[in-house]
Design a protein. Structure first.
Length: 228
């Protein structure tokens, strides 16, 4: 048995943990990561990494890093205990810490669908992009911005933002590209929601915020231009 298979056989599938603790589970393909969400908290877990995100902070987990095996991510008992503790701080759903047989219904009911019409566009004069799209009505939408800066640099996660689809399913937001101020970068915006709703992604090639405008500060000083 391989090392990863042996790990999986003695650990717990993250999708199962999400059901046990009342989290909505969503896979983010471009990041090869999973988000667990419930009212007030979003957790991001990546296979092979011992750092994970809880809302806007990063934590280090005890025990081995999560591993991908058999189309799921498997986590240690120590991480399971930490997730159970986090769930206790955000009791948006009832119960949740008395064994592996307890399940919880999503507060959004059984929803299926897809995120469609995802659009991103640069905002003139700003280091921001305008995002819009459509999803099943009244659902939380996580907007994850990923930057491809150069062929020799791994993709960088710039930010994650939470919005909510309106009653007609539309959502929109202006998202800062900070700290990825890099002319020529490719930005990928991933929009995801609860389990059962297919995510979507869109890309934009970053240009200067003021386009082709010619400004005095951009000009090479005459003394330098005339230097022999």
């Amino acid at each position: 048995m391989s090392g990863s298979a042996a790990f999986a056989s003695h650990q717990t599938a993250l999708s199962k943990v999400a059901v046990q603790l009342g989290f909505d589970y969503a896979y983010l393909g471009p990041e090869d990561a999973v988000t667990l969400t419930r009212p007030g908290v979003t957790i991001l877990i990546r296979p092979g990494e011992r750092l994970f995100d809880v809302n806007d902070r990063t934590e280090a987990m005890d025990g081995p890093a999560p591993q991908f095996e058999n189309s799921d991510i498997f986590i240690s008992d120590k991480l399971l205990a930490r997730l159970r503790s986090i769930a206790g701080y955000y009791p948006g759903l009832a119960g949740g810490d008395h064994g592996l047989t307890i399940t919880h219904a999503s507060p959004y009911g059984s929803v299926t669908g897809t995120i469609s019409g995802l659009s991103v566009a640069g905002l003139v004069g700003k280091q921001e992009i305008a995002v819009s799209g459509k999803a099943p009505a009244n659902l939380p939408i996580t907007l994850t911005l990923v930057a491809s800066l150069a062929s020799e640099i791994p993709d960088v996660i710039l930010s994650r933002h939470e919005v909510t689809a309106d009653s007609d399913g539309t959502f929109k937001a202006d998202v800062s590209i900070a700290p990825g101020y890099f002319h020529g970068a490719i930005l990928t915006l991933v929009a995801s929601s609860i389990e059962g709703v297919a995510p979507a992604k869109a890309q934009i090639y970053m240009k200067s915020p003021n386009g082709t405008k010619t400004l005095e500060a951009d000009q090479i000083p005459k003394a330098v231009r005339n230097f022999p």
